[in-house]
Design a protein around this ligand. Structure first.
Ligand SMILES: *Cc1c(COP(=O)(O)O)cnc(C)c1O
Ligand SMILES: [Zn+2]
Length: 409
């Protein structure tokens, strides 16, 4: 196996707040001066590569927009290229022009995280790292562990010791060095960052610069899947803010390259039990404040102080986007609605549909809008949510089946 490692030449990463620029050939995710996230400079010229979609992978198709990666054959698990469904039924029920559902549960580890893990791992390899790590107990941990296994890099996953075993096993199966740590989550995070610097480990956290880059691909696919007639609104459940930032950047690059006419309005969706970005947005503040006692069943977006929170606020301003918060009850209702169309998604994902319903009910949507929900992860990742539904079944003996079925006609 030959792994072609090209140096990252002339690629800059730029502070999202003050504009200070850095070179991309080292690992640096935050600005020295303002501690805000860095972002790879925009691609301003490019197009879509032709190819056989059954063979091509995501980064080959959009290679112009990832000019710093030359080959991904030994790292890719065939992430991306997820289905886009249009639900006429739900659009009619809710009262919308069009309702699109982008189903990210088709990714290799059943969430969108894979799109950013592949680019993060490629960057790590490119700048010479042999070890990667993450702090997570959810989708990001599984994703990093899987790509660590695929790429043959030594992989560390740090999780809090309070995590139940059914969440640990789907990470452990990829055989990373899994460390459960007793202590507060944010402190584990800070300590891991310090130690990974010390031991030369590439830390691939939720808003890492080259993780966010990978998320652009989701926007590219939406453009192609809608024949470049992009939706008016794209709703994304928000935790660290890495995902929504990457998607918006993808649309912006395609617009800059003349592939689409407008960038959709981005809608940042949060759970009412933990909504630091929403709170700041409503207050017109430019900084997010820590939430004291976060409490929602949508644990993937239960983030008391999002790393990219301030940048999401800045982005929503220039994008004319908005922020919505929904209750756990609304999330569970929306999860049932999605299942009623044949899609079982995580509560986090259902939050976007709950937000659509809310925006219509509150008459923010007139009724002719084209709206897209990003469904971020598989419903099988969090089976505890089933207990929140009233799931019905009939029981009978073998010789009662006939009469039961008769009575159910
Ligand atoms: C990670 C995750 C999110 C939040 O993404 P961020 O980039 O941290 O904002 C939302 N939903 C699911 C299912 C996730 O795994
Ligand atoms: Zn800065």
């Amino acid at each position: 196996m030959t792994r072609r490692c090209f140096k990252i030449k002339n690629i800059k990463v730029i502070c999202t707040k003050c504009g200070k620029s850095y070179l991309a050939d080292i690992l640096q995710d935050r600005c020295d001066d303002c501690n805000e996230p860095l972002e790879v400079e925009m691609v301003k010229k490019g197009g879509i590569r032709e190819g056989n979609l059954l063979k091509q992978n995501m980064l080959e198709r959009y290679a112009d927009f990832f000019p710093y990666f030359n080959t991904i054959n030994d790292v890719s698990l065939r992430e991306g290229f997820s289905p886009l469904l249009e639900s006429e039924k739900l659009a009619n029920e809710i009262g919308l022009g069009k309702l699109y559902l982008k189903n990210e549960s088709s990714n290799p580890t059943w969430s969108f995280k894979d799109r950013g893990t592949v680019t993060g791992v490629l960057h790590a390899i490119k700048i010479g790292y042999k070890k990667i790590a993450t702090v997570s107990s959810g989708n990001m941990a599984a994703s990093v562990a899987a790509y660590g296994a695929k790429s043959g890099l030594k992989t560390y996953v740090f999780v809090s010791s309070q995590i139940p075993i059914e969440k640990i096993n789907p990470i452990a199966i990829y055989n990373p060095t899994l460390v459960t740590v007793e202590g507060r989550y944010d402190l584990i995070q800070r300590q891991s960052l310090r130690l990974s610097n010390k031991y030369g480990i590439y830390m691939l956290n939720s808003d890492a610069t080259f993780r966010v880059e990978g998320y652009k691909s989701l926007a590219f696919e939406i453009c192609e899947q809608t024949n470049f007639d992009v939706p008016d609104y794209v709703l994304v459940p928000n935790s660290s803010g890495g995902h929504i930032r990457g998607i918006e950047k993808g649309f912006r690059e395609f617009k800059e390259c003349g592939l689409i006419k407008k960038v959709p309005k981005m809608v940042c969706v949060q759970a009412a039990g933990c909504s630091p970005v929403y709170n700041a947005f409503i207050a017109g503040a430019d900084k997010v404040e820590r939430i004291d006692k976060p409490n929602t069943l949508a644990h993937g977006i239960e983030n008391a102080l999002p790393l990219s929170g301030n940048q999401v606020l800045r982005m929503l301003k220039w994008n004319n986007g908005l922020c919505v918060s929904v209750t756990d009850e609304e999330i569970i209702n929306a999860q049932a609605t999605l299942a009623g169309t044949g899609l079982l998604l995580q509560p986090e994902s259902a939050a976007t549909l709950a937000a659509v319903k809310k925006l219509k009910k509150e008459k923010y949507f007139r009724g002719d809008e084209k709206v897209l929900c990003v469904l971020t992860g598989s419903g099988l990742k969090y089976t505890a949510a089933f207990e929140r539904h009233e799931l019905e079944q009939y029981t009978c003996k073998l010789d009662e089946m006939d009469s039961l079925l008769g009575s159910l006609q």
